[in-house]
Design a binder for this molecule. Structure first.
Ligand code: B12
Ligand code: SF4
Length: 451
């Protein structure tokens, strides 16, 4: 029986997620998130293939290539690309065929092709089975398999049985949708997968949840880019979730604030929290980011409307747009505190290959490196306009330290009603920052906007 080995390459995690900091803030878990992409690849391998998954993030050292399989499939987001190519080159030197797939190879297939026998562009569901069938039939692999050249395949149920949930902080991610109807300039999702929003079959989602429940799971992360990109469908799903009595969290756009019926159904179905991609409370920055579907001036009121349904909110902001300054970054953190967000994050703007932002910065000569490992949201990889590179990097750290400072946590979370998980997460993140400065920055004081 031919064997397919799927590999999730390690990548040096960003400043706030150094491996031993992760171990500290996740109570010893080896990695943050289960690689659902590979579990899906495993699920769509045609009958007759033996499949194994190696998650390099779980290993103590680098994975060593071995010529004991027929083909290796490697998935990569941009930060993982460099390591993915190293592993691919090692296998090809041993004569093992390599298929590269995932977000980065889909954005830059010509680059990936230099390290692979075939590149799968887009969904594995619509590409990988064709590549494996070619191999099984003794045909030469095509240089690339493009998902839009084949009939659309439904979103598959991942083979999580090939991974050990105990290794991951998020051990039960479930994808319910793919894509996003919006078109923000910096975002990979519409750039690679187009703006057509796709939903998975509701019975398949329910079945995946029931299987996990039978193994003792009750909390789920719906790992979508935009859970409610189709509000009518999201309502239907929530109604099916209510009898399952689960708890869940996800990520979606702030337009759900327009729909009290959906919000009520989300809460009844167990929604505990949502990540909102807010980017900035400054209207000029939103215009620059091409986030046209909402006005920043309405953010606060929309946030209050969602919070009124007892759904906790986590804001995702981005620092480094041309309109951003040290002061505007400071204002963003003030806004996050005033809005009573339970969590927030402040990645540095990153021009990912395939996006409009990447083309624009490339044209303007503002890209500083093509070392993909540095495209991690914690490194300045382009020339900012109104801040120095150092200031931008400092603003990110100051934002995390200010937002997660215990004083801020008390003001945002209050003691009653007691939000146990939010408190634990805030304490863990602040503890992680403190540990990072003590052990990696020689005990330097934590940066802050007020300093
Ligand atoms: C969960 C998640 C994470 C997890 C890790 C996920 C993992 N296991 O690796 C965590 C929280 C750690 C994370 C971190 C980051 N993430 Co993230 N993350 C996600 C999220 C929300 C879901 C990922 C997922 O499970 N998707 C479901 C799977 C099924 O989709 P998929 O990976 O695209 O896989 C499909 C195809 O690409 C293809 N495919 C994938 N692999 C392979 C392999 C083969 C062989 C084949 C044939 C096909 C194939 O088939 C799959 C099924 O159709 C995505 C958003 C999204 N929609 O994907 C962002 C996303 C992947 N993350 C992103 C970013 C930017 C980051 C960070 C840089 C953020 C930050 N600033 O810190 C960091 C990077 C960390 C680092 N290493 O430095 C970007 C990626 C941009 C890019 N070009 O790489 C995304 C797309 C979000 C976005 N819209 O911008 N992330
Ligand atoms: S709303 Fe979010 S997922 Fe959709 S395009 Fe914008 S940043 Fe990407």
């Amino acid at each position: 029986m031919p064997t397919l080995r799927l590999i999730n390459p390690n990548s040096p995690l960003s400043t706030i997620t150094l491996p031993d900091v992760i171990a500290k803030i996740t109570w010893g878990r080896r990695a943050l998130f289960m690689p659902v992409n590979l579990a899906i690849c495993a699920a769509v391998a045609p009958a007759g293939w033996r499949v194994e998954i190696i998650d390099e993030c779980l290993l103590d050292g680098p994975h060593q290539a071995r010529a004991d399989v027929d083909v290796v499939g490697i998935g990569a987001m941009t930060t993982q690309a460099k390591r993915a190519y190293q592993i691919a080159d090692d296998y090809r030197r041993l004569g093992v065929k390599v298929i590269l797939g995932g977000i980065h190879p889909s954005a830059l297939p010509e680059e990936a092709a230099q390290h692979a026998d075939a590149v799968c562009i887009g969904d594995a569901e619509g590409t990988l089975p064709h590549a494996l069938n070619d191999l099984a039939a003794g045909r030469v692999l095509q240089a690339s398999y493009h998902w839009q050249s084949y009939p659309e395949a439904p979103i598959a149920t991942p083979r999580k049985d090939l991974l050990d949930p105990k290794d991951y902080l998020v051990y039960n991610p479930i994808q319910t949708t793919r894509g996003c109807p919006h078109n923000c300039s910096f975002c990979t999702t519409p750039a690679i997968f187009g703006r057509r929003y796709r939903q998975r079959s509701i019975p398949a989602i329910v079945e995946e949840i029931r299987t996990a429940q039978a193994r003792g799971s009750h909390f789920f992360i719906f790992s979508d880019d935009n859970f409610a990109g189709n509000q009518r469908w999201a309502l239907e799903l929530c109604q099916e979730l209510i009898p399952l009595r689960i708890k869940w969290a996800s990520q979606c756009d702030i337009l759900i604030s327009n729909n009290p019926i959906l919000l009520a159904a989300m809460r009844r179905s167990g929604c505990q929290g949502l990540i909102l991609g807010l980017e900035s409370p400054d209207p000029k920055t939103l215009t620059e980011a091409r986030k046209r579907y909402v006005k920043a001036e309405t953010y606060l009121e929309r946030i209050r409307r969602i919070q009124a349904h007892q759904i906790s909110l986590w804001g995702s902001f981005v620092f480094g747009f041309d309109n951003d300054t040290w002061q505007s970054c400071r204002q963003t953190v003030r806004f996050a505190r005033k809005a009573g967000l339970v969590m927030s994050c402040y990645p540095i703007l990153t021009p990912y290959p395939g996006t409009a932002l990447f083309s624009e910065y490339q044209k303007q000569g503002r890209l500083l490196t093509r070392d993909w490992e540095k495209y991690n949201g914690a490194t300045v990889v382009f020339q900012p306009k109104q801040m120095t590179r150092r200031q931008l990097a400092q603003a990110q750290l100051a934002a995390f330290c200010d937002f997660y400072h215990p004083r801020s946590a008390f003001a945002r979370l209050k003691l009653l009603p007691f939000k146990k998980h939010s408190w634990l997460a805030n304490i863990a993140i602040f503890g992680g920052l403190w540990y990072y400065y003590r052990c990696y920055k020689h005990g330097r004081p934590l940066p802050t906007f007020s300093g």
